[in-house]
Design a protein around this ligand. Sequence first.
Ligand SMILES: C[S@@+](CC[C@H](N)C(=O)[O-])C[C@H]1O[C@@H](n2cnc3c(N)ncnc32)[C@H](O)[C@@H]1O
Length: 274
Amino acid sequence: MAGLIQHKKEAFWFYRFVSIWYDSFINPFFWDEAMREQALELAELNSGDLVTLDAGAGTGFTTTGIVAKIQPQKITMLDQSPHQLGFAKQKEVLNDVKKIEGDVEDLPFATDSFDRYISAGSIEYWPEPQRAICEAYRVTKPGVIALIISLLQRKNPLVRWLSDTWMLFPPEADYLRWYEAAGFTEIKTVYIQPSWYDNREGNEYAIAIAGVKPCAGESPLILPPKQEDKLQPMTIGRTLTFIYRFLVGSTAGAFFVPIAIIKVFQHNLKRLFA
Ligand SMILES: C[S@@+](CC[C@H](N)C(=O)[O-])C[C@H]1O[C@@H](n2cnc3c(N)ncnc32)[C@H](O)[C@@H]1O
C-alpha cells in the first residue's frame, strides 16, 4: 500500500506548508551537506558543462551542491511545487539555473537530452516510482548516469509503521529492481546517513543509486497509462480521501522532527562525555 503522502495532490499540499520551514528544519537534520557530497560522487560530475536535470529539486539544496561542480546555465531544476521552487528562486547561487514546474513521471523534455539526471529525497512522494525511473532513463543520453538518492525501509516496527504511513521508504531490493527493469546497467549504490543516526544491525538510513543508460531511446519497459495526476478534478470521494491522507500522513511525518531532535541531542551528549 502507498504511503498517505505518496500521491501528487497530497505531496503538493504537504509542500505548500513544509516549504516554509524546509531549509531550516529538514536539511540540517535529515539531509546534510556531508551526505549530499558523498551521494553526488556517484554522479561523477567531472566536467562543468554537463547538461544536468535535478528532478524534484525543491528549494535547491541538492542543486546548490551541483552548482559547485556544474555551470548553473547547464542545470535545470524541476519540481511539481511552485512553493518549493519559489524559495529556490530567492537563492542568489541558483539565479542562472532554469526552474520548471513539472512532474517527474511525465518530464517535459526530449528523449536523450541530459548528460546527468539527479533526484534527491523526492521518490518518497512518487505514486509510481517505476514510471519516473523510466522517465529518468528516457531523458538521459546514452552512456550517462542517472542518480537517485532516497530513504530506506526502517527496521524498528513502530518507526516503520510511522514511516510507511507517511510515504515511501522502500527496501534496497526495490531500488535495484526498478533500475534494472528500466534498463539501467553498471548499477552502483552507496549508503548515506546523518552523523546522529545509529545504523547498527544494518539498519541503513538512505541510499544513493546510480546507473548508466546503455543505449539511446526510451526505456524498454512498457507501462500502462499513468495512474494519477495533480490536476485530477476533485469529486466528493476524492476530496474526502485527500483530507484523510493529508491529515493522517502529515501527522505521521511530523513525528520524525522531534524524533530527530532527540537523537541529535543524545548524539551530542554522548560526544560531550566520550
Ligand atoms: C524532500 S523534497 C527534496 C528537495 C530537494 N531535492 C533537496 O534535495 O532538498 C521533495 C521534493 O519532491 C517534490 N515532488 C514530489 N513529487 C513530485 C513529482 N511527482 N514531480 C515533481 N516533483 C515532485 C516535492 O514538491 C518536493 O519539493
